[in-house]
Write a protein that binds this ligand. Structure first.
Ligand SMILES: Cc1cc2nc3c(=O)[nH]c(=O)nc-3n(C[C@H](O)[C@H](O)[C@H](O)COP(=O)(O)OP(=O)(O)OC[C@H]3O[C@@H](n4cnc5c(N)ncnc54)[C@H](O)[C@@H]3O)c2cc1C
Length: 386
């Protein structure tokens, strides 16, 4: 049964809500996570965990669980059409996490969920859809349906971790500024028959970007830029485009999933309103090219956990703590969005000039390659409080 009162209600149990719940629980703060799904969504989205998040996981003492199941990508090889033009080594990044950890998003959510369940009280309520969020002077009243029955809960503070179409954000009347880019991609996970082993490969092709990332269990993800949004049939199109651009046939390799996605960028005008905070995709959406959205979400979740910890201790200063969280994390979100945009520009057709090729080659050589490796792995975004 969902309790009638709590200090903090987290709405949404995706990767960000689960992490935030775990951190608040570790801090000894009473909280619940309300998630409308009955189980983890196995549709494959994110695959990359960056060193900044691995550092957070180390502090939260959950790093070993991720390292057990993930695959370490230490190098990315770059091609211009089919010609190899250089590589980026993550050995150039600060120790000890000189790699990007590849792990499917569903596995990440499973690890976080299991950790929560093993940490004592189970604070995750599934099949709990929030339908109303009403802010009052002394708290926030939330109601909805849990296992088909109405529930109501009073919380001192609420965090909307309910994704890009956030109901919490709408209820708090917080504008979401941004929009779509004219970029479309298709992707698929296959058995890995390439010789790339644990390396990633990026093809800057005249007809559009092709990216190829190793996954655990001998799988590999292929992501391909297309001219338009394709609903289906994606598998045949992936075979055709990868064969045309890269000269590699995927036909003999077992396919595990395909999907297509457009690219958007949004940022909430504020990350707090009274007793309500936003985190994760509810607060910001960046292009998945470069794989930074979920990692950005965890940085924000950690910062919001610190702000909430302070607010629970002294609610008279909550507004100040939340204002600082908004100010600092919006800045990081803007920086991340610019980096994600840079990654996307690399894959656009209009970028394929000789001068551009020269520029890319320079970026793949020291000392610029070191800077690129750090930019790509989300270094230098700043932590809060500073
Ligand atoms: C193709 C693709 C590839 C990507 N690759 C990467 C990558 O490699 N690295 C990276 O960092 N990011 C990546 N991302 C981005 C990443 O997937 C998102 O940033 C991440 O899922 C955001 O997590 P979240 O918890 O904020 O939101 P979500 O994952 O959207 O979770 C929100 C949760 O809230 C729940 N919910 C919604 N409304 C309610 C309600 N009213 N009541 C209760 N529950 C509710 C939903 O059911 C959902 O479980 C990728 C995205 C895509 C599309």
């Amino acid at each position: 049964m969902i309790p009638a009162k709590t200090n903090i209600a987290i709405i949404g149990g995706g990767p960000i809500g689960l992490y935030l719940g775990l951190r608040l629980h570790q801090m000894g703060i009473d909280c619940v996570i309300l998630e409308k799904r009955t189980g983890i969504d196995h549709h494959s989205k994110s695959l990359g965990i960056h060193p900044v998040s691995l550092e957070l996981f180390r502090e939260a003492q959950i790093i070993d669980l991720f390292l057990e199941d993930g695959l370490k990508i230490r190098r990315g090889i770059a091609f211009w059409n089919r010609e190899k033009i250089g590589e980026i080594s993550f050995y150039a990044c600060p120790e000890p996490y000189q790699y990007i950890l590849a792990i499917p998003q569903w596995k990440t959510e499973e690890i976080l969920q299991n950790q929560l369940r093993e940490s004592g009280r189970d604070i995750l309520y599934r099949n709990a859809e929030v339908q109303s969020v009403q802010q009052e002077n002394s708290g926030v009243f939330i109601s909805g349906k849990h296992n088909g029955t109405y529930f109501g809960i009073s919380a001192d503070f609420v965090v909307g971790c309910d994704g890009k179409n956030s109901f919490v954000r709408e209820s708090a009347n917080i504008p979401f500024d941004g929009g779509p880019y004219p970029d479309y991609y298709i992707m698929g996970d296959f058995d890995d028959g390439t010789d790339f082993k644990q390396d990633a490969a990026v093809y800057l092709h005249d007809d559009g970007l092709v990216e190829s990332f190793p996954l655990p269990n001998g799988h590999r993800r292929w992501v391909v830029k297309t001219d338009q949004f394709y609903e289906s049939p994606i598998l045949e199109l992936l075979h055709e485009v990868i064969s045309d651009r890269v000269g590699y046939s995927l036909k003999a390799e077992k396919n595990y999933m395909t999907s297509s996605f457009g690219v958007q960028q949004f940022l909430a005008r504020t990350l707090h309103s009274g007793r309500i905070l936003l985190a994760g995709d509810a607060a910001h959406v960046v292009s998945p090219i470069g794989g930074q959205g979920m990692n950005l979400g965890w940085i924000g979740a950690e910062q919001s956990a610190l702000a909430l910890q302070a607010a629970v201790k002294d609610s008279s200063k909550a507004e100040t703590y939340f204002y600082e969280y908004t100010k600092h994390h919006r800045k990081i979100a803007k920086q991340t969005a610019r980096r994600a945009e840079m990654n996307m520009h690399l894959g656009r057709k209009e970028s394929s000039t000789l001068l551009y090729k020269f520029g890319v080659k320079m970026m793949l050589k020291p000392p610029l390659s070191r800077l690129m490796a750090n930019l790509f792995t989300m270094r230098g975004l700043g932590r809060w409080p500073v």
